[in-house]
Design a protein. Sequence first.
Length: 273
Amino acid sequence: MYRIAVAVIAMVSLLSTGTANAVRHRPCVSAYDTAVLADGPAAYWRLAQPGSASEASVVGGLTGTYAGTRTATTLPNGDTATAFDGSSGYFQVADHDVLSPATTGEFTLEAWMRPDTLQFAHQEGSGYVHWMGKGVAGQHEYVSRMYSLTNTENRPNRISGYLFNNTGGLGAGSYFQDSITAGTWIHYVLVINAQATSATYPNGYTKVYRDGVLRDQDNLSISGTVIVPSNGTAPFRVGTRDFGSYFQGAVGKVAVYDKELTAAQIAAHHNAM
């Protein structure tokens, strides 16, 4: 808690003493930011500087770089986020242990996402885009996925999260499949926990939350194959995962945690927006 408080105080100090140009490029700490920082993320990018070449995490010391076409947009509370063009825009952070579920066996990935189309132009597989995740061939880890309205698996606009073995293939995951309106913000949380085994979840589980509510929970196995977190070397990306598809829409407030957030914490974050 002490280091989080110091990080917030340091940021506010920097904002108040920097040049006018620095103030323009360093957004103020909002109530939402305060709620996230209080729960101890390992890294937190607000994606609030799409016009810059890079953005440092608020905590964690990891700096990501922007590429391709993207523009500034606003979240429900008025904070800045990044809109990606769906064909070239993305944000990338180099591989680090805090970005891997294998480091502690517990992992939470949180973001606000806004699809700006329901039928993606640059999709892959059966008709979906990977809008956030970490993994390339032979180094698969996890992904956040959204299906187009029309796809060959009859999964209209399903939003999901998967953990993979490093060799790829089928992944274990959770999802929600709702009627989605283009331009609507969604609070998305993916939990991966390989430590919390039980009779119901003998290998651990994934969970997915929408807008502060748990929507699905699943065992870490698929078709008899156990899915085990592995620490790969791929970068973490937002707007794409491995350039096989691109997300047309906006993303903001990306946080990763080396633990499982509680349902109460996740609901509080959603409410803070």
